[in-house]
Design a protein around this ligand. Structure first.
Ligand code: IPE
Ligand code: IPE
Ligand code: MG
Length: 250
């Protein structure tokens, strides 16, 4: 049996290069990328991964040409509408993190509808990081904490890591155990900055429209084979392992 991540996050990168290599317009890469996203979402649900976050659109992606941003927005709502039945069938709850205020109204409406319709599903939680930036996430969290201090509800010296964690868009959700990035780029691009403190990072060369369910399994196998030490020594972990083997609950 494979040790699966509780929370898997994916930086879906390489749509443009995939299209360019085939002499197509970038938009065709995004269309094919969306088809892959469906495949990976359904595979994660089948594997019973509790939480999947897909980096769908970054704060910085707003700077792309207006025509590309517009295509991405229209593609997003088209797929959300189309895949609603699949979300229900697979018992997937849909959520979003990011600065949704920046989304055009017609996109926000469909996003909210999808969140509402799937709210009572009890299987996998699927999170789209949409108009999301790690620094902006931390900035909003700081504003919230600063307001609490101003209101006299929190003392500066009492602020702990946990307060910051809870104030982020991810709230009480577990940190990502594994972050996959496609297309060979070894950077975070402003994704989960705080949340990735002890995430395992897996980079593969496939461009996102080529990343299949089989490639996902290879990434998961790599994750399962790693020793996560969290700052401790390997020997300390072996002692803990003999007392509380990972294969047993609790
Ligand atoms: C990822 O593919 C999709 C988004 C960032 C929205 P890209 O569009 O970044 O593709 P490349 O990196 O240019 O190949
Ligand atoms: C990261 O990819 C954002 C998403 C996958 C949504 P980018 O293509 O925007 O990142 P950079 O610009 O190569 O760092
Ligand atoms: Mg890119």
């Amino acid at each position: 049996v494979l040790i699966l991540p509780n929370h898997l996050a994916v930086i879906m990168d390489g749509n443009g290069r995939w299209a360019k290599a085939r002499r197509h317009h970038r938009s065709y890469g995004h269309i094919r990328g969306a088809v892959r996203a469906k495949e990976i979402i359904e595979e994660c649900a089948r594997l019973k991964i509790p939480r999947l976050t897909l980096f769908t659109f970054s704060t910085e992606n707003w700077q792309r040409p207006a025509s590309e941003v517009s295509l991405l927005m229209r593609l997003l709502i088209k797929r959300l509408r189309k895949e609603r039945a699949s979300l229900m069938k697979n018992n997937i709850r849909f959520e979003c993190i990011g600065n949704l205020d920046r989304l055009p109204r017609f996109v926000l409406d469909v996003v909210k509808e999808t969140i509402a319709v799937t709210a009572h599903n009890t299987g996998m939680t699927l999170v789209f990081a949409l108009s999301y930036g790690g620094r902006q996430d931390i900035t909003f969290a700081m504003r919230e904490l600063a307001q609490k201090v101003l209101d006299g509800r929190l003392l500066p010296d009492a602020i702990t890591d946990e307060h910051i964690t809870q104030s982020l868009a991810t709230g009480g959700a577990p940190d990502p155990d594994l972050i996959i990035r496609t297309s060979g780029e070894s950077r975070f691009s402003n994704f989960f900055l705080w949340q990735a403190a002890y995430s395992e990072f897996y980079v593969c060369d496939q461009l996102w429209p080529d990343f299949s369910a089989a490639d996902l399994l290879i990434a998961l196998q790599s994750f399962a084979s790693r020793e996560r030490r969290f700052g401790k020594t390997g020997e300390q972990l072996q002692v803990m392992e003999s007392r509380w083997p990972r294969s047993q609950p609790g």
